[in-house]
Design a protein around this ligand. Sequence first.
Ligand SMILES: [Zn+2]
Length: 410
Amino acid sequence: MKRIEFDEQAYARRSRSGPCFICRMLAGDEEFRHEVVYRDEQHVVFLDRYPTLLGKLLVAPVAHRRDVIGDFTAAQSAALWHTVHRAGAALQQVVPTERIYLQSLGSHSGNSHVHIHVAALPPGVPYEQQQTAALLWESAGLLDVPTEETARIAARLRAALAAPPAAEPSADGPAPAVREFTEQAVGRIASWTDVSWARPGSRVWRATGAEGGQWYVKIHRGARFHQREVRAYRTWVPGLGAATPRLVAVDADLSAVVVTALPGRPLHGAVHPPEQQRAIFHQVGALAAAIHRPAPAAGPDDTLSAALEKMERHLDAARTHLAPGDADFVRLADLWAGRPDLLEALTDGYGRTFTTAELEYLTVLEALDAVSGIQYGAAAGDPELLERGLRTLTRLRATAEAAARREGTT
Ligand SMILES: [Zn+2]
């Protein structure tokens, strides 16, 4: 592949005087667009615009953190490196790789947002051209990758990263009592695969039956979570039909459930083109409508002051149960912020648009949910919840300030 001269001085000027390129990219600024191949609550993975090696990736926290050690708790750091590991594993599936290189550089005078470089050294590079020589623009030169090739690599990386993290079936599986409970419900289990989320305390297994069939076995973190999920499975999940798993067995003493497996991939971490995103939001709207139809009217009928009172009550308390209907859209609001097309797709699927009062009510619930998430995330060591809470509050503040400025000028 062709290599080109890199205008390092222009690059240095831009990165030292310009805004944070990662924050601008995340805000959807066209000028800072990159090929994003993975995105979740805490992290984003995207192709380096100035690669010296094919498929070179950058992994960054969504939050603008400057110090790769001091600005991360141990749990946040572990979560970042978990994503780096997944990015490296995906990269070596997609481009010929002899060895994966990792680097964390950046400068407080420019490019201060923490980002980890993940690069693949191809096989057969002579020793003197390996390591820093392969990574530096001065020695390696900038790789001139045709746009179609970049798009092709990005698509393959997205597919590799959308798949749930590879997990080996293990003979161990869950504790004997949980295995016994599962086998009583669905028959002998031939293999157990740990598919827990990458956060402390998550315990989920995929169980494959000796005579075929697959189930998920989940241990809840406490009686309250257990009761909430079981109640959801029994009350409104059946109304969603084939789109949802079916509850097969419950053990309150173990806080465990067995549910059926569904085909498809989780949306968590997946990056889809805008058209597909709209289709997903449309489907979410339709599912929400199916849940709300049999449920008693809630949320919009409450008054704003009641919601504010509720928020006051919960500010110093812990995470709350939100009544069904209240909060279903709260977590999504973060995703449709700045994307009117996604809100439109959602309300289209839902069957009607939201009223101004509902949208205002939602803002209050969002603040409440964010504060609860920060409180709970900090207490339970769940950085993803913490991150989302902080980001939601930042966005709500920015929106409110912009509105106040508009009022001030008219
Ligand atoms: Zn930033």
